[in-house]
Design a protein around this ligand. Structure first.
Ligand SMILES: [Fe+2]
Length: 236
């Protein structure tokens, strides 16, 4: 159906020219590299970022992560051990999703690697890390770790240009192109599954990525019952 294109080619030919979505090939990144990067971040940065992180338990309102202080990976534990530990911590939850925002502070080398296809194409401003929430022009990185059947917030738009990179656990992404005004019952639905046939389905294997413009409504389903790891690179 869709063939993937290199992120660099995408940036040269499609960026800002078409308000749409594209399957992309990014520099190779493994989920283990992400967990190892988180584990070896400085304790101070870990504390700051994990405090800002969010956790969703299905349709329940999200809770601040400070209620689960022991959820960051430890430098002495392997990535596999970390996934088993969080599986254990949340074994009583039907589903959970941990969202670590501003991860470019924790793992700057991973952030640099992700924006590397765009070097020399976008302006410096577009690919610099975000320094504070008020700044315009930059990029930030979010890490998603969890065991959940579908995106907890349902069908939504992101505020930024988004590059979503799937690292562990295959997903189906549903995008709703040309849909500036999706009906409210679809957007606000707590059970969007019955509306997914309105969208275009893209299966995202491990290591594959997709770009979507801020105007594109989207959501995801996991085709996998275990823990999944993915990244969101936002450019604003
Ligand atoms: Fe999103």
């Amino acid at each position: 159906m869709h063939s993937s294109i290199e992120a660099r080619d995408f940036a040269q030919t499609h960026w800002e020219k078409v308000k749409y979505f594209y399957p992309l090939l990014f520099p190779e990144i493994s989920w283990k590299e992400v967990i190892e990067g988180l584990a070896s971040a400085s304790p101070q940065n870990k504390e700051t970022c994990f405090k800002r992180s969010l956790i969703y338990f299905g349709n329940d309102k999200h809770a601040k992560l400070s209620k689960h202080p022991d959820i960051s990976p430890d430098v002495k534990e392997s990535p596999e051990k970390y996934l088993s530990r969080i599986t254990e911590v949340f074994s009583n939850e039907k589903e959970y999703l941990l969202v670590i925002n501003d991860a470019q502070i924790l793992i700057p080398e991973l952030h640099r690697k992700l924006i590397s296809p765009f070097n020399g194409i976008f302006s410096k401003e577009l690919t610099r890390p975000r320094n504070n929430k008020a700044s315009k022009g930059g990029s930030d990185l979010a890490i998603f770790i969890g065991r959940y059947p579908q995106t907890p917030i349902g069908i939504h738009k992101d505020p930024n240009h988004n590059f979503f990179i799937n690292l562990l656990g295959e997903k189906s992404i549903f995008v709703f192109p040309d849909s500036d005004d999706l009906p409210n019952d679809i957007v606000k639905s707590k059970n969007p599954s019955k509306f997914l046939y309105h969208g275009e389905k893209i299966d995202l294997e491990n290591g594959k990525a997709i770009y979507w413009h801020p105007s594109v409504w989207h959501t995801a389903e996991n085709n996998h019952s275990g823990v999944t790891v993915s990244l969101g690179l936002g450019i604003f």
